[in-house]
Design a protein around this ligand. Sequence first.
Ligand SMILES: Nc1ncnc2c1ncn2[C@@H]1O[C@H](COP(=O)(O)OP(=O)(O)O)[C@@H](O)[C@H]1O
Ligand SMILES: [Mg+2]
Length: 291
Amino acid sequence: MDKDWEDSNTSPGHQTPDHNWMDEPKYKRLFKDIEDGISGVLGKGEFEWSDRRVFDSVFDQSTLLAIHKLMHAGEIETLDFPIARGKEAHVFHATTPNGPAAVKIFHTTNAVFKSLTKYIDGDPRFGGLKRRHRELVNIWVRKEVRNLRRCRRYGIPAPMPRANNKNVLIMDLIGDYNEPAPRIRDIHVPDPEEVFDQLIMYISVLWQNATLVHSDFSEFNVLYHRGQPWIIDVGQAVVEQHPSAREFLVRDVTRIVDWANRSGMNVNLEDSLLRVIDDPAPNLEPLSGSD
Ligand SMILES: Nc1ncnc2c1ncn2[C@@H]1O[C@H](COP(=O)(O)OP(=O)(O)O)[C@@H](O)[C@H]1O
Ligand SMILES: [Mg+2]
């Protein structure tokens, strides 16, 4: 079954950019099967999205197939509404038998790539390019899963990954009931000093114990939930051996020091860096769902 869909997707000369694959009987069947489950994100009317181009960029055929599999595996009941729409990924609120979840769907095409497809589609020499791009995205998802587990193994509050398939990652929703937690950039944090101390401690635990650098640490990737900061978006995190690890570490600390100073504190970059590198990091209890 899987093979069947894959083949129709990549056989040379089969697809033009405007080819309406959704009209093919097998995709119609597949779509009908999960239509109710994704109706929350479809907008009004059958097969319609507020913006068809956005729909195509998020729910392309391989993504629909991945969602289909995850629904049949009992990992998702319904995709309900978008939490965030980004350049690289959309994050949706989902209902599952295990409670609410956040489902991060990475785009399998990006703007640059998309604008190139008109030159590549139909040229037999580039038949594998789309597939290679998708494979890269799939590797990225697996990297985010591993990094989330690694964070949790060292006691860093990060969402527990539950399941993934291709470009779709299901993790615990950080938030209460159906309300996703806000980013620290979106709210007035009542206790910024405490949050800052915790964040510096987390960066230090990641660096000294987990030998990991988040590499996109900022007020955009920290959620505030039940009076605590939670770390998200760890796909790009690198291990200590990465040639730029130290550079990324300094950048991470700089960004969070800037946030602290904008939040009315008066903290010094050098002191904060020394705290991360020199002060012995505590050994935190592992969180469930880590390796
Ligand atoms: N597990 C989660 N629980 C609640 N909200 C989340 C979760 N994961 C992501 N989000 C929301 O989705 C947004 C985008 O997710 P993120 O992982 O940062 O992806 P991006 O690479 O697009 O920045 C976040 O800023 C946050 O608001
Ligand atoms: Mg982010």
